[in-house]
Design a protein around this ligand. Structure first.
Ligand code: HT7
Ligand code: ZN
Length: 889
């Protein structure tokens, strides 16, 4: 396999200043005329021009209006005899490609008969020959020609400058993008689409046209996306002073998409899942996801598009920063601190359940990777989510104001350029040379270069005679592939000390003149450091890493009583949740490790009482209650163990849930009745929190009813399912029946399908719920095989494939990890089958067995065999090959 290394970066040997593209769109054979103006980059030694290409049919090459010699090197087009000087020259390349044969959904492809493109990371080379790398930025002029009836809407980046009729019932549209851009931001869309439009005035008084394009029939699901877009424009201007730099900004939805969405300049292309929503078809989670993905793609306009990546190793430069920005956006839309804590908890949960395992497995890589075989495999939770945490730590270390100044400096220095993660960190640090970030910058940047999740160990010692509390913090980081030794990180530790009443103590560190209250920021830079707090009257309870101030695993050494104290009193809502999770985790791990069969009651009265106190708390938000009462995920429990038996973990967690369901039955009934009615549907944090808690209560009541054989709550759930006024309540009721294994689930599922058979995104939920259902005696795998024969199943559609196959292999550990290995056999069949259709999707599925080495026997050996079976296939894509090779290494 061809390994690409970061250290091998060299600037491009040529620049491409302008490109004029003309498309004759046709599903079987699209003709592409590419006229480029190039010039040598005289700063690097003269080399032949090597243009990237993939799956193209070359018809003609013209140099400065005349013929020229060229050769092919693999799929690349190589021109040797080019003018020697720095003068520009013109190259015309005529190719064809076949969109209807493009099942990879990279390059130019068809979705329900309409044309779409996806060029990041290296899809533009599937459209025409080009220097398909992000540091080559060109001005684009694009002419689209197509049949008028089949493709009435013709879109590309920038401004529409001309349109008109052509012979044979065809028409054309010409687009000019006023901004230079790398090829990965090119896009075109052609098809029968309609749009919701909104004109807005920005601060400078400029008018802009915002459009959301969807298929006819979906207009009633576009309001939320449009509102989210407007909110994004307003927010980026208010928080970062970054205005919309286009007259026209378009979002287009497609039901065939490999990822969530794509930030093409002025023409964002979205998976329908992140655009279409109304109260009847979308859940609160869908509404929230749409808001953050619309925000994310919009914020890329500055962080990614105006300033882009020098090379793909710098991917986190745009992705980590833009995830941080979309998190802050959603945070700033929250009405209060409690809603903000809920958002932070949700983000941290993703990091811990997805990124921590990645960082501990065979695909572990630094936020700025050092090498790759297939760049598509590096659109990871490490680059995105951990990358966002790294940016967040920078903000913590320089302060919010300092961060804003750093961003200003970043744009002053680099607008219009393709730059590196180092450039970004330097700008943020330079804005405030006295900041902790500036003082420790080289060391801080280890967050970009070292992979693995650091462990932070804390131990406190109270000296009553001296009225002194000494907190010792130590860090370490486990070895990861290719990195055996790690250097200490810069770890910002936000902390508070609670007194016996649960109040935050005023804090005075040794050597300081005055105490300051509440939360303090300590910056750990050594392997081990002690911090001494003075004037402490009694032993406090430390609340460490408030708001999750660094992406580390904490061993805080606290007793159960201390954790219960934090759960009851911590002024930091994040740490209240965290204390509850730790208490639950301890009990889960203990029950998993215990000898013999799983005991009937892994939970003790102290824990149950604390959970009851939270559930019935008079002032806590419903959303926070729901999070606290949700037990840690099976995969997160698994991460705490050296040897993983997925069946035992599942049994323990299910037992814990049954115990909570039974012990708090009356309280669940109270919670359900209190929170089930929320008036007219609005997807705001407060009413969605209430729906979430009501939904959880209903599930718990159906679980408790299963054990007692009681029919009342399943009956109520079924009634709720039928009468619900919105998708969140309806789906939660359906899920309560399915998850608790109630007989009524069958009928409800059938009704649900009949009700929504024309709503693809709802049918995805229907598939996913069944493929992700709790396993009972191995019943899920046969159900999944059955679902794959359903007329609505379609392996070629990524959303549908994910809803069935990924929901099972990646989100249903107990269903998937079977002692008879049948889950792994199913997995290897699907990976191979998908690889022939869509390598990107196949490679994501391949990662479901990343953590096989931790599995107990017989799972471990069976998993290794399944991976080896995939690896043995001779014609695997580079995508899947890289994943399985690393897994077996
Ligand atoms: N920047 C976008 C990445 C993306 C992508 C990458 C590889 C293959 C297909 C893709 N679709 C979108 C998404 C984002 O982070 O905003
Ligand atoms: Zn992004």
């Amino acid at each position: 396999a061809m390994v690409i290394r970061r250290e091998d970066y060299t600037p491009p040997p040529f620049w491409i200043d302008r490109i004029e593209l003309t498309f004759d769109l046709d599903p079987t054979k699209t003709r592409v005329l590419n006229k480029m103006s190039l010039r040598r980059n005289t700063e690097v030694p003269a080399q032949p021009l090597r243009l990237d290409g993939e799956d193209l049919n070359l018809a003609r090459v013209v140099l400065n209006g005349g013929g020229c010699s060229f050769k092919m090197d693999g799929e690349a087009l190589v021109l040797g005899n080019l003018p020697e000087g720095p003068e520009p020259f013109e190259l015309e390349i005529f190719t064809t490609c076949s969109p209807e044969k493009n099942t990879q959904l990279s390059g130019l492809y068809l979705s329900q008969g309409d044309f779409f493109t996806q060029c990041e990371a290296e899809g533009f080379r599937r459209i025409t020959y080009f220097l398909d790398r992000p540091d080559v930025m060109a001005s684009y002029t694009v002419t689209l020609r197509a049949d008028k009836d089949k493709y009435p809407v013709l879109l590309s980046n920038g401004n529409l400058v001309e349109q008109g009729e052509l012979a044979d019932n065809r028409h054309f549209a010409k687009w000019v993008d006023p901004h230079r851009k790398p090829s990965y931001l090119f896009a075109l869309v052609a098809g029968r689409l309609i749009s919701r439009e909104q004109r807005i005035l920005t601060r400078s008084g400029k008018e802009h046209l915002l459009q959301v394009y969807v298929r006819p029939g979906d207009m009633d699901k576009t309001e939320h996306a449009m509102n989210s877009l407007i909110a994004s424009v307003v927010w980026d201007e208010a928080r970062f002073g970054l205005p919309l730099d286009l007259e026209r900004f378009m979002i287009v939805a497609t039901s065939d998409f490999n990822m969530g969405a794509m930030e093409n300049k002025g023409l964002n292309i979205f998976n329908t899942k992140y655009v279409l929503a109304n109260s009847a078809t979308a859940t609160d989670t869908d509404f929230a996801n749409i808001e953050s993905v619309v925000g994310h793609e919009y914020f890329h306009n500055w962080t990614g598009n105006r300033i882009t990546c020098r090379d793909w190793f710098q991917l986190s430069l745009k992705e980590g920063l833009t995830v941080f920005r979309d998190q802050e956006f959603s945070m700033d839309l929250c009405a209060d601190a409690s809603a903000r804590a809920v958002k932070r908890i949700e983000d941290v949960r993703v990091l811990r359940t997805m990124q921590f395992p990645e960082d501990a497995g065979p695909m572990a890589h630094p936020v700025r990777p050092d090498q790759y075989v297939e760049i598509n495999n590096f659109y990871t939770v490490t680059v995105y989510e951990k990358g966002a945490e790294v940016v967040r730590m920078m903000q913590t270390l320089v302060g919010r104001e300092g961060f804003r100044q750093g961003m200003d400096l970043y744009f002053q220095r680099h607008d219009g350029q393709a730059v590196t993660c180092d450039d970004f960190a330097q700008a943020i640090a330079d804005a405030d040379p006295d900041s902790a970030l500036a003082r420790h910058l080289p060391q801080f940047k280890r967050w970009y270069s070292q992979s693995g999740t650091p462990r932070l160990q804390a131990s406190g010692r109270y000296d009553a005679a001296e009225r002194r509390y000494t907190l010792t913090l130590s860090q370490s980081c486990p070895a990861t592939p290719g990195q055996s030794e790690k250097q200490p990180f810069v770890i910002p530790v936000a902390l508070g000390l609670l007194d016996a009443q649960g109040q935050d103590l005023a804090l005075r560190l040794q050597g300081e003149a005055q105490a300051s209250g509440g939360t303090r920021l300590l910056v750990l830079t050594q392997a081990s450091e002690s911090f001494v707090f003075e004037d402490i009257d009694a032993e406090p309870v430390p609340s460490l890493l408030r708001g999750f101030s660094a992406p580390v695993i904490v061993d805080n050494g606290l007793t159960d009583d201390q954790l219960l104290h934090l759960l009851a009193h911590d002024s930091d809502a994040f740490n209240r949740w965290e204390a509850g999770q730790q208490l639950a985790l301890r009990r889960a791990v203990q029950a998993v490790r215990a000898e013999g069969s799983v005991g009937a009651a892994p939970l003790d009265e102290a824990f149950i009482g604390a959970m009851r106190a939270v559930l019935c708390h008079p002032t806590l938000d419903a959303a926070l209650k729901e999070l606290v009462l949700t037990l840690p995920a099976e995969t997160y429990i698994a991460e705490q163990l050296d040897v993983v038996d997925p069946q035992r973990i599942h049994a323990v967690r299910e037992t814990m849930r049954e115990q909570l369901a039974g012990a708090l039955q009356a309280d669940w009934a109270w919670a359900y009745e209190q929170h089930k009615d929320n008036g007219a549907y609005r997807p705001d944090p407060v009413s969605s929190g209430r729906r979430a808690l009501a939904g959880m209560a209903l599930t718990m009541l159906c679980i408790a009813a299963r054990d007692t054989g009681d029919a009342v709550w399943p009956g109520k759930a079924y009634q709720r399912f039928k009468d619900a006024g919105n998708m969140t309540d309806r789906f939660n009721a359906l899920s309560a029946l399915v998850v608790s294994g109630q007989p009524l689930a069958r009928d409800a599922l059938a009704r649900f399908h009949a009700m929504f058979q024309d709503e693809a995104l709802v049918i995805d939920k229907w598939f996913a719920l069944q493929a992700g259902a709790p396993d009972r005696g191995g019943n899920v795998l046969p159900a999944v095989r059955q679902l794959m024969t359903h007329p609505d199943f379609n392996l070629k559609n990524p959303n549908r494939a994910r809803s069935v196959i990924f929901s099972f292999c990646s989100a249903n550990p107990a269903g998937f990890h079977r002692s008879d290995a049948a889950g792994y056999v199913f997995w290897s069949e699907r990976v191979l089958e998908l690889d022939a259709i869509n390598p990107q999707v196949a490679a994501r599925l391949a990662r479901a067995l990343d953590r096989w080495k931790k599995l107990a026997e017989p799972y471990r050996s069976a998993a290794r065999e399944a991976i080896a079976r995939v690896a043995a296939k001779s014609d695997l894509s580079a995508d899947v090959r890289e994943v399985v090779t690393r897994a077996l290494a």
